[in-house]
Design a protein around this ligand. Structure first.
Ligand SMILES: [Zn+2]
Length: 313
């Protein structure tokens, strides 16, 4: 069974992936404070961000669609409808939830009525503008014109304004898929191997959806215009530390150093892990002496990680 770490950077133009509801007819992007290292200290600025919750939701949606397309149906009725309550199943123990639904298994749950919970084994950080460059935003006006039969404009015109942002965004994902189908409360209980394998494969495959911009609000009008310009994707048979978030200017150097240390200290053997990378990180990993497969696109990298993970499933 496998552990996955993915970190990197996406260039995203004109997204409105996360907003904070409307004030009148104005919809503002979700923003929060970002701390950057600058000459002689630190600087704090408020900027548009994309929440980990948003990314995680769409990862769950992609996982469901992939599993169903493969004919796998251990998905509860709510998740099947892409409404991830996680969980209103009202069962008697954690293991029963895993058996019933792949999303309760991979993405965790809290059944508030039963007070039964499971930690998510799929974890996403916020996507935030990178250390070297701010993300800028402005509002775009949308309207609908009510045209009368004589060509004059009626009174039902609706004007609304919605903020959109562009920038280079860092991301980070960690998936401890070794625990797919395994009860965390009672690890002696686990699903049959076939269930566990198909869930792991779907969770990895679903990352391709995320990195191709299938996430966020208002996708019908503003699907993120995205290009994954840098990616480090690691699959390991043994537990490994987290990668460093793509926000930091030196995230690739530090992630390479973490992996070099993990191998050097015997946490994982070289033939028990594989790294696929896109862009600048390829040479950085080579310079650190960590084996890496350089590829051109995120989907190629994830396909390679999926193939490698099959050796250890
Ligand atoms: Zn479910």
């Amino acid at each position: 069974m496998v552990y996955i770490r993915a970190t990197g950077r996406c260039l995203i133009n004109v997204h409105t992936a996360n907003t904070e509801g409307a004030v009148g007819n104005y919809m503002a992007l979700s923003k929060t404070f970002i701390v950057r290292r600058v000459d002689g200290g630190y600087e704090v600025q408020e900027e548009p961000v994309i929440s980990g919750n948003m990314i995680k939701h769409w990862h769950a949606v992609a996982t469901i669609d992939i599993l169903r397309s493969w004919g796998y149906n251990a998905i509860c009725d709510s998740c099947r409808r892409h409404v991830m309550y996680r969980s209103v199943l009202g069962l008697n123990e954690e293991y029963e939830y895993l058996r019933k639904c792949a999303i309760e298994d991979l993405h965790g749950f809290l059944d508030a009525a039963k007070q039964i919970r499971r930690e998510s084994i799929v974890k996403f950080s916020f996507m935030i503008p990178v250390e070297e460059q701010r993300s800028e935003f402005s509002s775009i006006t949308h309207n609908r014109v009510d045209m009368k039969p004589d060509g004059s404009v009626g009174e039902a015109m609706m004007v609304m304004k919605r903020e959109h942002a562009s920038g280079i965004y860092g991301f980070l994902c960690s998936m401890d898929l070794a625990f797919a189908g395994v009860s965390l409360a009672n690890p002696d209980k686990m699903l049959p191997e076939d269930d566990r394998k198909i869930r792991v494969k779907a969770a990895i495959t679903a990352l391709i959806d995320i990195l191709s911009g299938h996430f966020g609000a208002a996708q019908a009008r503003a699907t993120p215009i995205i290009k994954t310009i840098e990616l480090i994707c690691i699959v390991s048979k043994k537990p490994i530390p987290n990668a460093i978030h793509g926000f930091y200017g030196d995230y690739a150097e530090e992630t390479a150093s973490i992996m070099k240390t993990a191998i050097g200290r015997g946490l994982v053997k070289q033939d028990e892990m594989r790294v696929a990378a896109v862009g600048r990180p390829i040479d950085i990993f080579k310079a650190e002496g960590v084996p890496v497969d350089g590829v051109k696109t995120a989907s190629e990298a994830l396909a390679m990680i999926l193939e490698a993970s099959e050796w250890w499933l």
